[in-house]
Design a protein. Sequence first.
Length: 317
Amino acid sequence: MLQRRLSLFAAITMAILLGFSALTVFNLFGQLKIASATHRDVETFEDVADLRVVVRKIQYDIVQVQQFLTDYSATRGLNGLDDGLVEAEKAAKDFDIQVATAKRLSDSLGLSDVSVKLDRLQTAFPEYYTAGKEMSQAYVAEGTEAGNARMSRFDAAADRLLSDEESIVNAVRIAGDATKSKTVTAAETAQEMAKSTLLLTGLSTILLIAALTGVAIFVARAVLKPLTRISGYLQDEAQVRDGNAVPGLRRQDEIGAIAGAIATAESQSLMFEAEKRAQEERLQAERRSASQKMADAFEKKVGSIIEHVSAAATELQ
């Protein structure tokens, strides 16, 4: 019975430990999964941020091309103020570099619509750049009227380019907002998972402590206390000698079996001592009887000798 109860407590404790371990492993895997997803979302958010920076550089290059060509036209290419065409060409080359970078980022992010818009922007840019350069050169070489005649072509190219540019900016902004929202959601989920893990860990710890405390109390009351009483009984020779009952003798478990074994041993010991005392008493009685017989025989023999001596003395007289 005691063994069954101990086994039950051990099974409960083991179940709590296994449950605690399973919950811990489950939550750890969950946190690792969320952390991995969050890390990917953060990387995606950073790539989108880089893409937005590159798009702003593209906008800047487009504006710089127009600005330098306009400056060249306004200054009529005078000495010291004739570097507009060179600077515009530098901006045009940087435009191609930034567009290539933006396409690489958009492809890695899976933003196919942005890649398509970048291709359209890159296709429209040469017309914008060529029309602007021809217009500025006409202003310088042929005068205002010639330059104004080419302005409509440049304006139309600029409108198409700016429309494509605005479309790209909006698409990147939407992607950035979506990525930001997803990253925030993932971070909040990770935070909630961490709170859940902490709560489950706390509850599991409390249950484990309660189970271990229950086992300790049970062992102290059902095992240690009875064994202590039995030990005290065995150490008290007076109780053993007086034949007092062994503590726990009436219990129907292992403690009762131990007490029964001790009682049996004591009973056999008492019987042995009683037999030993009886044997000693018989031996003493036999010794006394033998001594008495010897004394009687000696006395009888001495008496006989005295009688013979007395008879002999009488005859001599």
